[in-house]
Design a protein around this ligand. Structure first.
Ligand code: COA
Length: 260
């Protein structure tokens, strides 16, 4: 698939996915969502990619939300389908990726933009970032998982306030809330994401895939997270990465994980 609304760059173990509609503050229209789905599916299949860094192009925005111009005349059925398809096709896909997805928030992350960042495994932000779920100011509620993931990340009361006021919080407040893990300068944002990605790459990709599954299971009422942890822990013992990791430790050398 060729892309008009995103760019994808694969360098060594990192795939950079950048939403690239800066004139529209990277708002998520249907085409962008389809392209992101395709890019994430490919990244998931890639043998040599270990980490995905997701960011927005331009100086102002990560993503300023779903593209309001596309759904302003929708009816109830179309509204439901918009949320359902988006969640099933993209947001849940990102959350359940086999490899870590780091959202590097470089400006406005609003509505669907913050929901996109929250679907990633964790977030870092630049000082100029502003985050919010302004849907109630449009007569809507968040539809791409925001009513679920925001309370999980920052607690129910804070999420209630953010959604009810439709307000934006600055990067430092997001750090205090635990919505982002680190805040840095605009220039240092991608280098910081890369530094974290490099640390991740030192570890077993198979084990990280299992950890993502077990952690996510704990937040999904369909699953018993502890049971998934037990099963996934056991499965690790059948992997080459486990043999390599434990041998390397006992032999006092750095592990070279085969990723199997
Ligand atoms: N959907 C569609 N277009 C959007 C958009 C969105 N979510 N967010 C920004 N844009 C467009 C604007 O319409 C404008 O397009 P134009 O130049 O063709 O008129 C362009 O992006 C630049 O945005 P602008 O509003 O002029 O920038 P600003 O710096 O004055 O304000 C924001 C920035 C983020 C505060 C403002 O764009 C905004 O409130 N966006 C909507 C946020 C939102 O409600 N998101 C949730 C959607 S569910």
């Amino acid at each position: 698939m060729s892309y008009d609304n995103i760019t994808v760059k694969h360098e060594e173990a990192i795939i950079y996915i950048t939403i690239d509609r800066p004139k529209k503050l990277n708002a998520l229209n249907r085409a962008t969502i389809a392209e992101l789905q395709d890019a994430f599916e490919e990244a998931n299949e890639s043998k040599d990619a270990r980490v995905v860094i997701l960011t927005g192009s331009g100086e102002k925005a990560f993503v300023a939300g779903a593209d309001i111009s596309e759904f302003s005349d929708y009816d109830r059925q179309e509204g439901s389908a918009l949320a359902r398809d988006g969640q099933n096709n993209l947001f849940d896909l990102i959350e359940n990726m086999h490899k870590p997805v780091i959202a590097a928030i470089n400006g406005f992350a609003l509505g669907g933009g913050l929901e996109l960042a929250m679907a990633a495994h964790f977030r870092i932000a630049s000082h100029n970032a502003k985050m919010g779920l302004p849907e109630t100011s449009l007569g809507l509620i968040p539809g791409y998982g925001g009513t679920q993931r925001l309370p999980q990340l920052i607690g129910k009361g804070r999420a209630m306030e953010m959604i009810m006021t439709a307000g934006m919080i600055p990067a430092e407040k997001a750090l205090e809330y635990g919505l982002v893990n680190h805040v840095t300068s605009v220039e240092e944002l991608i280098p910081l994401a890369e530094k974290i990605a490099q640390k991740i790459c030192n570890n077993s990709g198979v084990a990280i895939k299992s950890a993502i599954k077990a952690i996510n299971a704990g937040f999904d009422p369909k699953y018993d997270g502890f049971a998934i942890e037990i099963e996934s822990f056991g499965n690790c013992f059948a992997t080459d990465d486990f043999k390599e990791g434990t041998s390397a430790f006992l032999e006092k050398r750095k592990a070279n994980f085969p990723g199997e």
